[in-house]
Write a protein that binds this ligand. Sequence first.
Ligand code: GAR
Length: 220
Amino acid sequence: MLDKEEGMAIQRLPIVILLSGSGSNLQAIIEASQKDLAVDIRAVISNRVDAYGLQRAKKAGIPTANIEHAHFDSREAFDQALLQLIDQYEPALVVLAGYMRILSPEFVAHYQGRMLNIHPSLLPKFRGLHTHQRAIEEGEKEHGATVHFVTTKLDGGPGIIQARIAVEKNDTTETLAARVLEQEHRIYPQAIRWYAQGRLELKDEVAYLDGEALDFSELT
Ligand code: GAR
């Protein structure tokens, strides 16, 4: 899609967003795209028909689709169908925004270097679920979120950007989650912006920003 802004043609990066839930990160990306994030959100796809994120997408006039794993015999068959669905939209980047399914190696390999994820912890700490609760239980002083390239390692892969916040004495999982989400809404559009600007790339399992290796080697 070409936009005209101040007489300049802007090339928007075509992206597809996958989600399973509320879609507050989707909302942040939509809002950033209405300002200075040059992406064209071609579709929002969910593995859950009741994901609120689908409503947010519809409200913003973005095409939506859902695909349910119950209709497939295996993870591989599901992921193959999902891949074909995604590729109909010809995205340059696939953005996982609260997409809560483990991905098959074939799926990950297909989008190598062009798929990002956000995870609500300071990776490599707290991969998987219940990150806020685990951070509180383990008496962490700091917590946060990480955007990373997706590789076959669950919630792993070369890191791109992290946001850190202090864990307060009286934090509950809800208060902590809310403050982390606020940060997610800041760092995810930032990582996508770098990618859209051609400043971010994955080479041999290392993420580079402006040609410099990003120092998140401990995440992989
Ligand atoms: C976010 O906190 C995101 O980091 C997390 O799911 C939430 C989705 O919120 N993702 C993961 O845990 C991936 N392992 P949202 O639907 O409101 O964007």
